[in-house]
Design a binder for this molecule. Structure first.
Ligand SMILES: NC(=O)c1ccc[n+]([C@@H]2O[C@H](COP(=O)([O-])OP(=O)(O)OC[C@H]3O[C@@H](n4cnc5c(N)ncnc54)[C@H](OP(=O)(O)O)[C@@H]3O)[C@@H](O)[C@H]2O)c1
Length: 219
């Protein structure tokens, strides 16, 4: 698949390198053409495949699927510069709030991206630090990382599931795009725990004790 990434930072680098390695054609984009080109060159060397760099509009036009991987501060300007080419395309939104502590769930980033672009937005990849996305594959205690995806369009969700599987991860149905606000809020909450020094993984019980299943028998 041709993947046009809006972003040439760490997330674009981590995910784009993995997808290029998996055989996809990747084009990244940023504000500074020289910096983006240098990043693409380093990604190409690691992926063993050519990663291109271009403008925001070139990335929007290039992709059969797009990815939004920019900082919230630059989101609006980036999407405006990307132009109309994203309309109707699968668009994976990996963004998180610039200030997780002040995250406002009434204004989800995913919904804003959908409204501005007219793309079929799928929220995902926002729960884990970039270092996790560099792992080949991200497997913890023998379990592949599960990646929740929230979106409304079946074809866009299918594209997102493919890109999750290409990382060696397991896609999880996270519901429709209206649930993206909850996924963003979850990231904001977990980031608060991690940066506060807590083991956020330890706050969740095993599936059998989630309340959605018959609990094990106790003495
Ligand atoms: N890093 C993580 O661990 C992580 C994990 C999950 C989700 N995310 C989310 O993914 C998105 C990208 O994160 P990242 O780590 O790749 O960030 P990054 O390394 O700082 O890269 C930021 C990207 O945003 C672009 N950008 C456009 N306008 C900007 C502005 N006004 N200020 C700053 N950057 C601007 C930058 O363009 P240039 O290339 O021209 O600088 C760059 O391509 C963010 O929304 C972040 O919350 C990050």
């Amino acid at each position: 698949m041709r993947i046009g990434i809006l972003g040439a930072g760490d997330m674009a680098d981590a995910l784009g390198t993995q997808w290029a390695r998996a055989g996809h054609e990747v084009l990244i984009s940023g504000r500074d053409p020289g910096r983006s080109a240098a990043r693409a060159e380093r990604m190409s060397a690691r992926a063993g495949a050519v990663v291109r760099a271009g403008t925001w509009a070139e990335a929007a036009g290039f992709g059969q699927a797009g990815v939004v991987a920019v900082r919230e501060a630059g989101l609006l300007a980036t999407l405006q510069a990307a132009g109309a080419a994203l309309r109707g395309k699968p668009l994976i939104d990996v963004t998180n709030a610039a200030e997780p502590a002040a995250y406002d769930p009434t204004r989800s980033l995913a919904r804003r991206i959908s409204d501005i672009t007219g793309a079929h937005v799928v929220k995902g990849f926002n729960l884990c630090h970039v270092d996790v996305w560099r792992m080949t594959p991200p497997v913890f205690d023998g379990r592949p990382l599960a990646v929740p995806l929230c979106g409304d369009d079946p074809a866009a969700l299918e594209a997102a599931r493919t890109l999750v599987a290409d990382l060696g991860c397991t896609p999880v149905d996270g519901g429709g795009l209206e649930r993206a606000a909850q996924l963003e809020a979850t990231a904001a909450f977990m980031i608060g725990l991690w940066f506060g020094g807590a083991d956020a993984q330890a706050v969740l019980p095993p599936l059998a004790l989630s309340g959605a299943h018959e609990p094990p028998a106790y003495d």
